[in-house]
Write a protein that binds this ligand. Structure first.
Ligand SMILES: [Zn+2]
Length: 400
């Protein structure tokens, strides 16, 4: 067994002396091979370490670290002399974020798998900003994702220690999940355990205890029948993102009065308002270009309009504003979950109710009125357009 690298046993150690073996230019970067296995290369769905390399008076930024066969290669901004000695400093902000993201991902997947045993990890990407995990083998839904997220939060609060053991491969039980990217540099498997919650063979880097994750937040997901891809943040990055979002909402609270816990209902209303606006635009366009909804039934002018976005009151105001010179029956209908209807007559032999009361009752609604005005409504309308069409034909029959 070759020497176990420091990033596996003491990932908080971040300064090392290194020997520069070779330097090659590659497009915009330099590939610097070092002899010591002290900085973690990309692998197993986890990004490589970042940092700085100091050689004599030169300071070079390390953008990424990769492994080339068994060699460690730093991807840097600039060159350093081959055969020289250098000082390497790991970017701990990047590494600690990776450690948090990676450990959180272990827990999250483990809780999801408690619900869906057939679930497996597909593509995985963890870096110093965020994590994305693809889940295959079972169909997920929002609730399962949010419940697993909540369980991760509880485990963060419990601050359970994360233990690393090196075990002979033939001693691994079937309950231990294997993760991609297991190092072939060792003849033993590295087992990462979070208390009794999760055990997996893994080559990644992890926080020493779950409390260090700080905060775990799913920020997006895409799902279809085959796979679900979940993006998440941890630690301060999650806190800042959630805090900014909350403040965006809070900033509008007094301009558009609502309670924070009604945000879902506000969004539903907003979606409904957009739909209504679109239908209203279509309606106005039709009215401006033609007047298809007015018809003559012998000497009676029958006008009927389908008016999205109107309520019972605005419908009545509009009915009173429309000028009627000859014998007329005016029917105005505002669609929605609760649909409203107003019928107004002018110079007709019978009262308004005679043309509309029975059609409304027949279609399951209620209403009332006297003389020339009758108003009514329907609740729980599944299909307002059909309802309107039926109402128009029933009224038409009564005018004849
Ligand atoms: Zn891991």
């Amino acid at each position: 067994m070759t020497k176990i690298p420091a990033y596996w046993t003491s990932p908080l150690t971040h300064e090392f002396e290194v020997s520069i073996e070779s330097v090659e230019k590659s497009e915009n970067y330099y590939h610097i091979q070092i002899r010591e296995d002290v900085i973690r290369p990309a692998g197993g769905g986890q990004a490589g370490d970042r940092g700085f390399l100091y050689v004599e008076d030169t300071k070079t930024r390390i953008h990424d670290t990769i492994s080339d066969a068994s060699d460690i290669v730093l991807i840097t901004d600039g060159p350093v002399p081959e055969g020289s000695k250098g000082h390497l400093e790991i970017d701990m902000d990047w590494r600690l974020s990776m450690m948090r993201n990676h450990t959180a991902q272990h827990l999250f997947v483990s809780f999801l798998r408690k619900r869906e045993e057939k679930l497996n990890v597909g593509n995985l990407w963890i870096d110093g900003i965020h994590g994305t995990v693809e889940l295959v083998g079972a169909k997920l839904n929002h609730d399962v994702i949010f419940e697993a997220e909540e369980e991760v939060t509880k485990v963060i609060e419990e601050d359970i220690s994360v233990n690393i053991d090196f075990v002979d491969s033939d001693k691994i039980g079937p309950s231990v999940r294997s993760r991609e990217g297991l190092s072939d540099r060792l003849d033993k498997l590295r087992i990462v355990s979070v208390g009794h919650l999760d055990q997996s063979a893994c080559s990644g880097i992890h926080v020493p205890s779950t409390g260090a994750i700080g905060f775990f937040k799913v920020i997006d997901f895409k799902m279809n029948d085959e796979r679900t891809s979940v993006e998440f943040l941890t630690g301060i990055k999650a806190t800042i993102t959630v805090s900014n979002l909350y403040n965006e909402v809070l900033r509008r609270k007094y301009d558009y009065p609502y309670e924070m816990d009604q945000l879902g209902a506000v969004l539903d209303r907003s979606k409904e308002a957009i739909d209504i606006k679109q239908k209203l635009i279509e309606k106005v366009t039709t009215l401006l270009t033609s007047d298809p909804s007015a018809e003559w039934i012998s000497s009676v002018h029958f006008k009927h309009e389908y008016l999205p976005g109107f309520d019972a009151n605005t419908l009545k105001i509009l009915a009173n504003q429309i000028e009627m010179k000859e014998p007329t029956v005016l029917l105005l209908f505002a669609p929605g979950r609760k649909s409203h209807v107003v019928l107004k007559t002018n110079e007709m032999p019978r009262e308004a109710a005679a043309y509309i009361r029975n059609p409304i009752i027949e279609l399951g609604g209620r209403g009332g009125g006297k003389a020339e005005l009758f108003s009514g409504g329907f609740v729980d309308c599944e299909n307002s357009e059909n309802l309107y069409e039926s109402l128009v034909s029933l009224v038409r029959e009564l005018i004849v």
